[in-house]
Design a protein around this ligand. Structure first.
Ligand code: MF3
Ligand code: CO
Ligand code: CO
Length: 333
């Protein structure tokens, strides 16, 4: 069992104090004689058997954005300004802008995917997407977001998310998640897909396939009045039935004029996750599914999250809109 003081950071990776996060849930689980979520993660030291883990490589200098492109408030300082918006339901006018941003981000992703082959570096993919955002009149939302240095996230093999594009060439047999985000007409669009590089082993191909199914099953639960926690429940059931685990430390998020806003959307069943879907809400669902355990560690770069056991992880992400009748995938092809 993980033993944490109330003022220590929670084991889940949320960055909040344990007492404000999972302490209560762990206590209840203990009373019921259940192991609780924490027991499954950091409790046992991860057994690492991966003979060829992904290593950090050098990165290129920061890319520039022409002055005529409209920037988000954090572009210069790295810090999003002002409080997180409390309004979860967007206006028709905001939704129209979201549609455009989300369709643009889909275009950028398709350009990146077309370039994937063994030998290309993730930095070259960064250059391609960087130019694509600018061609479309948009700003790469990740660039300088809390200081993030690049224009997309490239998460290879055991990297769960937030991998920084660098000079590592993709290898035959890799899987790589391309997470692209654009700021266009004052709103953000966010989506990602995991793609296969060359000839990929069957275990990884199945992981990628099932992760996509998890995303689509999560989306299927969404309609006016549906509990947000049903999304994670559907995802967790599907993933765990195949022996995979669901990453808990990173969640889906509301999106609009701010990159990350309420609601939070866990991809596992979190009974404490309150809230229901209301028409006009826009948020992402972006499950990260692991072959092994769901625990993670972060590289010294402060961003790259890799599985603690170094087994592979896959992810897919859509930005969706809750409609009167159900759901619309704004980043659909
Ligand atoms: N695109 C990621 C998401 O889905 C966020 C990346 S933020 C960064 O939420 F700073 F890491 F780039
Ligand atoms: Co994303
Ligand atoms: Co996202």
């Amino acid at each position: 069992m993980v033993k944490l003081g109330p003022n220590e950071l929670c084991w889940c990776g949320s960055g909040t104090k344990y007492k404000k996060c999972h302490q209560h849930a762990d206590l209840v689980a203990g009373l019921r004689g259940e192991p609780g979520l924490a027991a499954a993660s950091a409790a046992k030291p991860a057994l690492i058997t991966n003979p060829r883990p992904v290593r950090p490589h050098p990165t290129t200098p920061r890319r520039t954005v022409p002055p005529h492109i409209q920037r988000p408030d954090y572009a210069l300082t790295g810090k999003p300004q002002g409080p997180r918006s409390k309004t979860l339901v967007k206006s028709h006018e905001q939704i129209e802008r979201m549609r455009l941003a989300c369709s643009a981000v889909r275009t950028v992703l398709e350009r990146a995917k077309a370039a994937i082959r063994p030998g290309i570096t993730t930095d070259e993919i960064d250059a391609i997407t960087h130019q694509a955002y600018i061609d479309l009149g948009g700003y790469p939302s990740t660039l300088n977001y809390h200081g993030y240095p690049k224009s997309l996230c490239t998460s290879v093999n055991e990297v769960i998310c937030h991998g920084i594009p660098d000079l590592r060439p993709l290898e035959d047999g890799d899987i790589v998640n391309l997470d692209v985000t654009i700021f266009l007409n004052g709103v953000h669009g966010d989506m990602s897909e995991t793609v296969l590089v060359g000839d990929v082993d069957q275990e990884s191909r199945e992981l990628v396939q099932v992760t996509h199914e998890c995303l689509m099953l999560g989306i299927k639960t969404v309609r006016p009045g549906s509990p947000i926690r049903d999304i994670g429940k559907a995802i967790q059931v599907h993933a765990e039935a195949r022996g995979y685990s669901v990453v808990r430390a990173f969640v889906g998020h509301g999106i609009g004029e701010q990159f990350h806003m309420d609601p939070q959307v866990p991809h596992y069943y979190d009974a404490n996750a309150r809230g229901e879907c209301l028409p006009g809400m826009t948020f992402t669902i972006e499950p990260m599914i692991n072959l092994g355990n769901w625990g993670h560690v972060t590289w010294d770069d402060g961003w790259t999250a890799v599985t603690a056991d170094r087994r592979r992880s896959a992810q897919f992400e859509h930005t969706i809109l809750v409609t009167e009748r159900g759901v619309e995938i704004l980043t659909a092809p």
